[in-house]
Every structure is written in C-alpha cells, then in structure tokens.
Design a protein around this ligand. Structure first.
Ligand code: ZN
Length: 219
C-alpha cells in the first residue's frame, strides 16, 4: 500500500513564492496536443496566489471551457539560486511534491492562435493545487522519479522523470540563469501524456515515486 503522508506544508516555514513552470517537457505529451518538441525549455510562471493545497479539495473556474489536469513533479527551492550548473542543482531543492498545472485548455488554444501569453489560462487564482512536500532524502532515486494521476479510480497519467526532454538538474540550471530562484519558490517540471478535463466531484489520487499517495477532489 502507498504511504499517505500528512506533513503540513506550513511546517516548512517558507512563504510561497513564484511558481516557474516548463511546457512540453515530455515528448508524448507534446505530441498529444499536436505541438512541436522545443529545442530549449518553454518557461512560464504562475504567481504565489495560484498555489492551493490538495487538502480538502480545490475549485476550478466555471464557464470558461475545459479545465485540464496536468500532473507534474514539483520542486521546493530552499536557497537563493542564480547562474548555477546542473551539478549544483539538487543542492537548491529540499522537497518534492506533486502539483496540478491546471489549464483552461480552450482559453489557452485561443491565446496560442493569437500568439498571446498563456497567463489567463494557467496563472489564475488556484491554478496550482499541490500536495504535501516529501523531503528529497525520502526519494529513492532522484534520477528516476515516477508520477501518476488517477481520476475516479482510473489511471490517466503515468510518467517518469527519465522521460523528460530537459532533465531536472538541467532545468533548474537553465531557470537559474534567467530568474533568480528564492527560498519558497516552486518549480514545475512538465506533464507526461494523458492530460484531460476535470469536472466537479472528480476524485483524484496523485502518486509520487510509487510510494507517496495524495488524495484530493474537485469541489
Ligand atoms: Zn504543465
């Protein structure tokens, strides 16, 4: 059985900061949305106001078309980080979690057609539900982290960090050369294939590293 952990995020004593996200970091997901595989990471951000806990469930926007789940490995930055290389990257990360990069897919498609930024589709209040944090030291192998999302008991997304186009250390290094990372910032590392719409009442379980299961629901 999975270990259901109950550690409080607040116990980490960090104010939530910005959430730096990467798009199309798994080839199979890029394909399912008909997107090209990028040569450099596609970065975007969500503000701190997008972060909400899995605990007790989360709300989704109404009347704006489909809201897709994108389950992603989330990393918690524990120290100020700028211009580092991949070999130093894990030193800046204290905890790992699973997050949902909630996306107003119909809105995003319209924005893409016009070549406009994605923020209103991805950075709204509550657009980043997140599980409790697991210490990096409790991850069995940081080069081989699995992530899964079940919706109403059915496996929808199933991936492994080894499938990333830009690996976690390369991604942290790349980001740190553009944005200074601060303690409390969160990095979302991209979603594997299987994204799809959420409805009110959906029951979700996200499983990290085949060990930590996090339950939440759409209110
Ligand atoms: Zn995403």
């Amino acid at each position: 059985m999975y270990q259901h952990i109950t550690m409080e995020n607040q116990a980490l004593n960090l104010l939530p900061g910005k959430v730096v996200c990467v798009g199309r970091n798994y080839a199979e997901h890029a394909k399912e949305l008909g997107n090209e595989i990028p040569d450099t990471p596609i970065l975007f951000m969500k503000p701190a106001t997008s972060l909400v806990s899995f605990d007790g469930g989360f709300s989704i926007p109404g009347n704006q078309g489909s809201v897709h789940h994108e389950v992603e490995i989330a990393l918690l930055v524990c120290k100020q980080t700028k211009n580092i290389g991949p070999d130093q990257a894990w030193d800046s990360i204290s905890h790992v979690a699973l997050a949902l990069d909630l996306t107003l897919r119909d809105v995003q498609n319209k924005l893409k057609e016009k070549s406009h930024p994605w923020e209103i589709a991805k950075a709204f209040d509550g657009a980043c539900p997140i599980s409790n944090w697991v210490p990096v030291l409790d991850i069995a192998d940081i080069n081989n982290i699995t992530l899964q999302l079940e919706k109403n008991g059915e496996l929808k997304q199933n991936g492994n960090s080894r499938q990333m186009i830009t690996s976690i250390p390369e991604l942290i290094a790349y980001i740190s050369n553009i944005f200074t990372l601060m303690p409390g910032d969160v990095i979302l590392t991209g979603t594997p294939a299987g994204v799809g719409p959420l409805e009110h009442g959906d029951e979700l379980t996200a499983v990290l590293d085949n060990k930590f299961a996090f339950d939440t629901r759409v209110l």
